[in-house]
Design a protein around this ligand. Structure first.
Ligand code: SF4
Length: 465
C-alpha cells in the first residue's frame, strides 16, 4: 500500500512528517509517486498564520473531489458504463479507497470542528497523538477504523526523523513553549516545554552516524531552553548537552561533521554556549537568533522578555568571541501600535547587527492570542508597505556580506545536483550560504573546499580547490 505526505510549516513539522513516514516504511508501505494514486494521504499542518490554515482548508475541498472520483472508480470496476458515460480512470489497479489524515498544529487547534465539519477527514491527529500512527496504519490495513485511546495526552519524541539517503538530519530535542509571546499561537497548540532524554538523543545520533549523516540540526521551539532533570542527578542544560554530544561524536568517530541548532530564544543564549561554538569546530559558526523587533515599546507589547539593548549586548558578545560568525533572525513588522519611529528602530537594528539573512513577515492576528484583541491594528496595506522596506534593506545587507566572501575558500557540504545544471552541485557553507560549483555525483554528501568566484542573486558560485 502507498502513502503520501503534504507538509506545511516549520522544520519541526518536516522532522515529524519524516518520523511518521518511518512508521509507514516499517509497516511495509511505499511512498506514492503521485497524491492521486495514494492509499493514505497525511496532511501535516501549520497554524502560525491564518493564510496557511485557509490554504489547508482549500486542500480539503480538493481531497473531497478526489474521494468522489475514487468512489466512481470503484463503481466503474463493477459496472459496464455506456460509452457516453465513460471517463478517464486515474488508477484502475490500486484500491480506490483513499484514507485522509490531518495532523500537526492546525489539527490540534481545530480538532473538534475538523472532526465535525469535514467528513472528508478519516483521522484528525493532534500534536500529542502522533505516536498512535502504527495503530492507525494497522487499522487501515485491516479495513477497520482506529478508535482514539483515552490516555492522557502527552508529547512523545519519535525515535528518529531520518530520511533515507539524506546527508543532513533534524533531531528534535525539545518541544513546546512556555513563553507566551502575545502574538503567538504555538504555546496553545504545542503545549508546555518538554525535553528529550539524553540517552534517546545519543541513540539517534549513533543511528544517523551509521547511515553516514554529515550534518545534524537540533530542533526545538526554544531549543536552548532544553533542560533534563533526573532525581539525584545534576540537571543537564543546553550547553552541557551540546558539550556531551560533542564528546560523544568525537569518542565514537561519528560521521557527523557539523552541528546546528534552531530556534534559539535570545534570553537563553549563554556565555557557555558561545564559548562552545567558538572552540569546537563541530559547531557551525552560524546562529539564528530571532529578534522580532527593534523597538523596546513593541518588544514589551510582544512580551519578548528582552530589550533592544539586551539583544544587542548578546550580539556584541557573540561577534567578539566568534570572529566570522554569521547571524540570521526573524523580524515581524506591523505589530499593533507600531509607529513609524518603532519601525525605523527595527531598520536601524538590522543595519547595526548586519544579519546575513532574515525571515521577515508582517503581523497576522491569531484568534485566542492577546495581540489579536489589541487596539491600533495596522492596515494590511501599511503592513505590506513596511515589510517591503525591511525586505529591501535586508537584501542590500545580505548582498554586501556575500560579496565580501568572494575570493575566499570555504568548506561546503555538497547536498545534491543543481536544478539548473546536472554537471554542477549545490551545497551550503557552515554560515548557511548556498554555493553552486562544478563537480561529479561522487562528491554528493562530502565536505569539499570551494573557492568563491561569483555572486548570482542569493547564490555564491565557485570551484573546488
Ligand atoms: S518564544 Fe514566543 S514566538 Fe517563539 S514559540 Fe514561544 S511564544 Fe511563539
Amino acid at each position: 500500500m502507498t502513502y503520501f505526505f503534504e507538509t506545511y510549516g516549520c522544520q519541526m513539522n518536516i522532522a515529524e512528517s519524516a518520523s511518521v513516514e518511518r512508521a509507514f516504511i516499517e509497516a511495509g508501505w511505499t511512498k506514492a509517486d503521485d497524491v492521486q494514486v495514494a492509499d493514505f494521504v497525511i496532511i501535516n499542518t501549520c497554524s502560525v498564520r491564518e493564510t496557511a490554515e485557509s490554504r489547508i482548508l482549500g486542500r480539503l475541498g480538493w481531497y473531497a473531489s478526489l474521494k468522489a472520483v475514487r468512489k466512481l472508480e470503484e463503481r466503474a470496476k463493477n459496472h459496464v458504463f455506456p460509452k457516453a458515460h465513460s471517463y478517464a480512470l486515474t488508477n484502475k489497479e490500486n484500491p480506490p479507497r483513499l484514507n485522509l489524515a490531518i495532523m500537526g498544529c492546525m489539527a490540534e487547534r481545530l480538532i473538534d470542528s475538523l472532526q465535525k465539519d469535514y467528513p472528508v477527514l478519516d483521522y484528525v491527529i493532534g500534536n500529542f497523538q502522533k505516536q498512535y500512527f502504527p495503530d492507525i496504519i494497522a487499522a487501515v490495513e485491516k479495513g477497520e477504523k482506529w478508535i482514539e485511546t483515552d490516555e492522557k495526552p502527552h508529547y512523545v519524541f519519535a525515535e528518529s526523523s531520518y530520511e533515507k539517503g539524506s546527508h543532513s538530519a533534524f533531531v528534535p530535542i525539545m518541544h513546546g513553549c512556555n513563553n507566551f509571546c502575545s502574538y503567538c499561537i504555538v504555546p496553545y497548540v504545542r503545549g508546555r516545554e518538554v525535553s528529550r532524554s539524553p540517552e534517546s538523543i545519543f541513540a539517534e545520533i549513533d543511528a544517523l552516524s551509521k547511515n553516514g549523516v554529515k550534518e545534524i540540526t537540533f530542533l526545538g521551539q526554544n531549543v536552548n531552553s532544553y533542560i533534563w532533570e533526573e532525581e539525584g542527578k545534576e540537571a543537564i542544560d543546553f550547553p552541557s548537552l551540546m558539550q556531551a554530544v560533542s564528546q560523544h561524536i568525537h569518542a565514537t568517530k561519528s560521521s557527523i561533521g557539523w552541528i546546528r541548532f534552531m530556534s534559539s530564544h535570545p534570553k537563553d543564549i549563554s556565555p557557555d554556549l558561545i564559548q562552545l561554538i567558538k572552540k569546537d569546530p563541530l559547531f557551525c559558526k552560524h546562529i539564528h537568533l530571532p529578534v522580532q523587533h527593534g523597538s523596546n515599546a513593541i518588544l514589551d507589547a510582544m512580551r519578548r522578555k528582552y530589550t533592544r539593548e539586551a539583544y544587542l549586548e548578546k550580539i556584541a558578545a557573540i561577534k567578539k568571541e566568534i570572529p566570522g560568525v554569521s547571524l540570521s533572525t526573524d523580524i515581524m513588522i506591523g505589530f499593533p501600535g507600531e509607529t513609524i519611529e518603532d519601525f525605523e528602530e527595527t531598520i536601524a537594528l538590522m543595519r547595526e547587527v548586519a544579519f546575513e539573512n532574515a525571515f521577515m513577515y508582517y503581523y497576522n492576528p491569531r484568534e485566542g492570542t492577546k495581540a489579536a484583541d489589541m487596539q491600533e491594528q495596522l492596515s494590511i496595506k501599511e503592513k505590506k508597505r513596511r515589510l517591503a522596506l525591511v525586505i529591501a534593506e535586508q537584501q542590500a545587507i545580505s548582498k554586501r556580506l556575500m560579496e565580501e566572501r568572494l575570493g575566499e575558500s570555504v568548506r561546503v557540504l555538497a547536498e545534491g545536483f543543481s536544478k539548473d545544471n546536472p554537471e554542477e552541485l549545490v551545497g551550503r557553507t557552515e554560515r548557511d550560504e548556498r554555493v553552486v560549483f562544478p563537480a561529479g555525483p561522487e562528491k554528493i554528501g562530502c565536505f569539499v573546499e570551494v573557492f568563491l568566484t561569483e555572486l548570482t542573486g542569493a547564490t555564491l558560485r565557485g570551484k573546488i580547490v
